[in-house]
Design a protein around this ligand. Structure first.
Ligand SMILES: *Cc1c(COP(=O)(O)O)cnc(C)c1O
Length: 387
């Protein structure tokens, strides 16, 4: 939407961006599959020329998501990892970056196994809330701070405003992986962050039927650089998947409202349960960063982690009682999911690395869906009592 008359986030999830110019009067933008677009003459410069460079369906999706994040524009990529890679392509070779400790495993792998070897990238993993540590790690070639908040699976938060201020003072770029929040829950550009990256495979798509990624730039200069990267490296999102992501956005607010409300109710239930040792949820007053959560997020979100009072041998019994909570790697869909961090999301780390990150064997992450909360509570209660 080009005017400022509509301020409501939810209204913008339905009408946001530039969706009407795509196909004559269609309520929903068409899936335009054409790889090439005809010129009317040698001097004609059409909006679209070639599908890698620009595509109307992709544009509709990018412009909507950019508006929801309050940015100047976005580039939609083939996956969350492709989006992260596009951001790292902005850096000159032999750069150094500061990365939130406990960052998403795929991001760690990309930096350590590939960007280091191919681009000389070096990373220091630090708790970004420790500004003294940040200052200590600064080098002449430090270029970027890579933020993730909340972290997976222990849901620690980073104070976005503070980190953005530190970055500005030292001439560093900031990028946040905002996947766990979606723009419904957290809009980092409002706190001074330069770039916002999402795995659209999670809340943006919202239906576990899509792999995608997207980067939103706060200012037009960065947006131009990102567009060049997307065009040059070619890891763009195809029109069918852009259609799915845009369709997902239409119900983002409804899904997130329901999922976050379910998650909070569930977190309170689990916190009182005799078989639960600890609950991690920033929306609970007992979370050490609850005040920060209230400042920079709309709610505690839809992910809840918990440690069970039970040995490894009992987990199969527990999981065997779950029908609604699907044992799966992903999160963010309308269906509830459960993940065993120790053997699944963090399975490639050794025991010491996991221990250093607080990943114990009795830790489970719940991605709470839109089901009836009474059913979710009843099922978890049954499974916990079987322990
Ligand atoms: C899933 C995920 C990614 C990677 O996204 P893909 O779409 O799987 O490539 C990055 N960051 C976070 C926090 C994720 O959950």
């Amino acid at each position: 939407m080009q005017d400022n008359e509509v301020s409501s986030f939810t209204t913008r999830t339905v009408h946001g961006g530039d969706q009407r110019s795509v196909a004559d009067n269609a309520i929903f933008p068409a899936i335009v599959t054409s790889s090439s677009f005809a010129k009317r003459g040698l001097d004609d410069v059409p909006d679209y020329a070639y599908g890698r460079v620009g595509n109307p369906t992709r544009h509709a999706y990018e412009s909507c998501l950019a508006e929801l994040e309050g940015g100047s524009g976005a580039i939609a990529c083939a996956s969350g990892m492709a989006a992260t890679n596009a951001v790292l392509e902005l850096l000159p070779k032999d750069s150094h970056i500061l990365v939130m400790a406990g960052v998403y495993g795929g991001t760690f792998r990309l930096i350590e196994d590939y960007r280091g070897r191919t681009a000389g990238l070096e990373a220091s993993y630090v708790d970004l809330n420790d500004i003294a540590a940040l200052r200590e790690q600064l080098r002449d070639n430090t270029r970027l701070i890579w933020i993730e908040s909340p972290t997976n699976p222990l849901l620690e938060l980073v104070d976005l405003e503070r980190v953005a201020r530190f970055a500005r003072d030292h001439g560093l770029l900031t990028c946040i992986d905002n996947t766990f929040c979606s723009p419904w829950n957290q809009r980092p550009i409002e706190f001074g962050i330069d770039l916002v990256m999402h795995s659209a495979s999670k809340y943006i798509g919202g239906h576990s039927d899509l792999i995608g990624g997207i980067v939103v730039a706060a200012d037009t200069e960065r947006l131009g650089e990102l567009r060049s990267v997307a065009m040059a490296t070619g890891s763009i999102q195809g029109p069918f998947d852009c259609y799915l992501a845009l369709r997902g956005l239409k119900t983002l607010s409804l899904r997130m409202e329901r999922q976050a409300a379910n998650a909070e109710t569930l977190a309170r239930f689990l916190a009182e349960h005799p078989r639960v040792e600890a609950v991690f949820y920033p929306g609970l007053e007992s979370h050490p960063q609850h005040e920060l959560c209230r400042r920079q997020m709309r709610s505690g979100g839809a992910v809840v982690s918990m440690k069970l009072k039970a040995p490894r041998e009992a987990f199969d019994t527990f999981l065997g009682k779950l029908k609604l909570f699907v044992l799966a790697d992903s999160l963010g869909g309308v269906e509830s999911m459960i993940n065993h961090s120790y053997s699944m999301s963090h399975g490639s780390l050794n025991h010491e690395q996991k221990a250093a990150q607080g990943i114990s064997e009795n830790l489970f992450r719940l991605s709470v869906g839109i089901e009836d909360i009474e059913d979710l509570i009843a099922e978890l209660d049954r499974a916990l009592r079987a322990l």
